[in-house]
Design a protein around this ligand. Structure first.
Ligand code: IPM
Ligand code: MG
Length: 369
């Protein structure tokens, strides 16, 4: 019998602990009904870690994250920590995890579940059947470029500086992942930058064109980021896989999330390269934030986090069967009309975060029967 899979749970702040609580239910279900066992340890990150340990990510938590099979993170941040020093702020902990674990490939699939086609702010004819994936570079670009900072000028005014920097190696490795993923999907890749304005965009385009020679069967389109934002709301179904840099990926993935009805539905996987033994570091997290305004009310949507767990089964444990089972259960509970408040529609049944988790496990029972 194979060893238990080792997971680190980092619930974080705001609604993080509530939505992660529902993943515990799914894990218990997997143990009980599928005999898949996980050893789950839990630790602090973000504001919760600042309060308890004085920093948003301790070295111990980081090394724990690097030694498990996979990490599941809830969300970080909130107004309570708006004034803490920048190097320990909640988001800094998350960025450090991404950087130190070298999780350069961030997969953000945006899929419109049929029952939710009417929940989008876009007309359903434009989004029904949408199934796309944004591949965001996660460990470089303007999020990490040096120099950066705010400084005083001689004339008494101040100046702020961020640096957008990409090496050809960094671009090549993320773009290659893009071609590989597109090859397993609809074989259409949009590479998104602003080569008309930015030097990093020029290099991005050159490298992508070069790499595309190795993937002759994939249809490659270069697109400017502003046009891409517009196309996402004009005709989103033209997209299969979008590969883009850290900042554009952050923005465009929020945009794509809304096409699916709610930010509360979108999972993500952040992956590193596999080492010689085939081991790959990975962290899974919902795309939504900590939603401090509704934290503690048991009203958050747990589905993005549960779907992130499904991505973990697929990418870290090569278990597409159980990943698909969870995805089907999500579609089914929604088809039954259950809705958390973020996706509530007329005539549907409003449920809490924990009720949604419970209903999902009942659905898993039905599907596995
Ligand atoms: C995301 C988030 C993060 C980011 C924040 C919380 C630092 O918006 O994962 O999209 O900007 O990357
Ligand atoms: Mg974001």
């Amino acid at each position: 019998m194979s060893a238990n899979k080792k997971l680190l749970f980092l619930p974080g702040d705001g609604i993080g602990p509530e939505v992660m609580g529902q993943v515990h239910r799914v894990i218990e279900w997997m143990d009980r009904r599928r005999h898949i066992c996980f050893d789950v340890t839990e630790d602090l990150v973000g504001g919760a870690a600042i309060d308890a340990q004085g920093t948003s990510l301790t070295d111990e938590t980081l090394s724990a994250a690097m030694s498990v099979d996979a990490v599941l993170l809830g969300a970080v941040g909130g107004p309570k920590w708006d004034n803490v020093a920048r190097d320990i702020r909640p988001e800094a902990g998350l960025l450090k995890l991404r950087k130190e674990m070298d999780l350069f490939a961030n997969l953000r699939p945006a899929t419109v579940i049929p029952a939710l086609a009417g929940a989008s702010t876009l007309k359903s004819e434009f989004i029904s059947g949408l199934d796309m994936l944004i591949l965001r570079e996660l460990t470089s670009g303007i999020y990490f470029g040096k120099p950066c900072g705010i400084s005083e000028r001689d004339d008494g005014t101040s100046e702020a500086l961020d640096t957008q920097r990409y090496t050809s190696t960094e671009i090549e490795r993320i773009v290659r992942v893009g071609f590989e993923i597109a090859g397993k999907r609809e074989r259409v890749l949009h590479s998104v930058e602003k080569a008309n304005v930015m030097e990093t965009g020029v290099l991005w385009r050159q490298i992508t064109s070069k790499v595309s020679e190795d993937y002759p069967s994939i249809e490659l389109h270069h697109m400017y980021a502003d046009n891409c934002a517009m196309q996402l709301v004009r005709a989103p179904k033209q997209f299969d896989v979008i590969v883009t840099d850290n900042l554009f990926g952050d923005i465009l993935s929020d945009c794509a999330a809304m096409l699916t009805g709610s930010l509360g539905m979108l999972p993500s996987a952040s992956l590193g390269n596999a080492d010689e033994s085939g081991r790959r570091m990975a962290m899974y997290e919902p795309v939504h934030g900590s939603a401090p305004d509704i934290a503690g009310e048991d009203s958050a949507n747990p589905l993005a986090t549960i779907l992130s767990f499904a991505m973990m089964l697929q990418y870290s444990f090569d278990d597409s069967d159980n990943a698909d089972l969870i995805k089907n259960a999500v579609s089914q509970v929604l088809a039954r009309g259950l809705r958390t408040s973020d996706i509530m529609q007329d005539g549907m049944k409003l449920v809490s975060c924990s009720q949604m988790g419970e209903a999902l496990c009942m659905e898993l029972d039905r599907l596995a029967a």
